[in-house]
Write a protein that binds this ligand. Structure first.
Ligand code: 13P
Ligand code: SF4
Length: 310
């Protein structure tokens, strides 16, 4: 059958019919954010997934996020509009290579950023997100040696904030590594009173120029501070939709990619989801997230530990 003319109304109807909740990450297309029941960062979305009483979770985000929702809710149907919505950071840490890496450090505790596959979570002791990584590492005994995976940039940032040494897995996000120190300095020269606000997945050379560093939710909260009216936003520009909505009178400048001929500051995986695919996945009850029960149970433990510690 062809698509309904009013996709938004059709999505709302399906939501009632399925008793579904739509969870969306801030990097989703504004049209998707506008139909979501809850918009958040990775931690907020995990908390919503852990506490929802809906029968169906429609995850407008990337695969590892929907997978986390399924790990927390084995009996619920978890739908992802496009199964190809992956993550370069998750891809940069294959399970077999990580298992061999981990074996070199037998007495280390493994803290993994939530941007990883269920297999990596199953090999981890604690999961963290960009909003609780520092807080979680600070709670671990000082003498406990640590491995941090898969994001080297977040890992370095956490080391600087906590003064702890950690063994890092050398993974990264293609979106956050597209920002360059040179372009940030050019923008700062053009907007001398602007606050530079950046996500900790950016490289150290970029973070050095930030007035504030935080998860997408933390950046959004910072944008509401009374004392500033212009912001250079160094993360995926999907977040500008909520910033602009909460602060209609303020100016938000998305940091451009190093290569200005592409729009590679947009996450190509997040942007695979569209309103049409959102409707279709609800209509067809697929693609669904499924995973082996042994991996799910092993991945659940470090996620629960994160939820308890943050
Ligand atoms: P947060 O949702 O923790 O801000 O992380 C951003 C991100 O890259 C999600 O893929
Ligand atoms: Fe992964 Fe980066 Fe996209 Fe986030 S922005 S989903 S870390 S590729």
């Amino acid at each position: 059958p062809s698509l309904p003319l009013d996709l938004i109304a059709a999505i709302q109807d399906l939501k009632r019919e399925l008793n579904a909740v739509i969870l969306a990450h801030y990097y989703q297309d504004p049209a998707i954010q506008d139909v979501a029941d809850y918009i958040g960062d990775s931690l907020g979305l995990s908390r919503q997934a852990a506490s929802t009483n809906a029968d169906v979770i429609v995850f407008a985000g990337v695969h590892f996020m929907a997978e986390t929702a399924k790990i927390l809710n084995p009996d619920k149907l978890v739908l992802l509009p496009d199964l190809a919505a992956g993550c370069s950071l998750a891809d940069s840490c294959p399970a077999d290579a990580f298992a061999a890496f981990k074996a070199q450090y037998p007495n280390h505790l493994v803290i993994s950023y939530i941007n990883c596959t269920a297999e990596i979570k199953a090999l981890s002791d604690i999961i963290c997100t960009s909003s609780n990584a520092v807080k979680i590492v600070q709670q671990l005994p000082a003498e406990q040696p640590l491995i941090f995976a898969p994001d080297r940039n977040l890992g370095r940032y956490v080391m600087a904030q906590t003064g702890r040494q950690m063994v890092l897995w050398e993974g990264s996000c293609i979106v956050h590594e597209t920002f360059s120190e040179r372009r940030i300095l050019e923008l700062k020269a053009t907007y001398p009173t602007a606050q530079v606000i950046a996500h900790p997945e950016c490289e150290e050379a970029v973070l050095r120029h930030a007035d504030f560093i935080g998860s997408t939710t933390a950046l959004l909260n910072y944008s509401q501070r009374q004392d500033h009216d212009t912001f250079i936003v160094v993360t995926e520009p999907g977040i500008l939709h909520q910033m602009q909505r909460r602060n209609p009178e303020k100016t938000f400048i998305p940091a451009p990619p190093q290569d200005q001929t592409c729009n590679c500051n947009e996450c190509p995986f997040m942007r695979l989801n569209t309103l049409e695919k959102l409707y279709l996945c609800m209509r067809d009850r697929q693609p669904q997230i499924e995973l082996p029960e042994d991996i799910r149970l092993a991945a659940l433990k470090p996620i629960q530990r994160m939820l308890e510690m943050s």
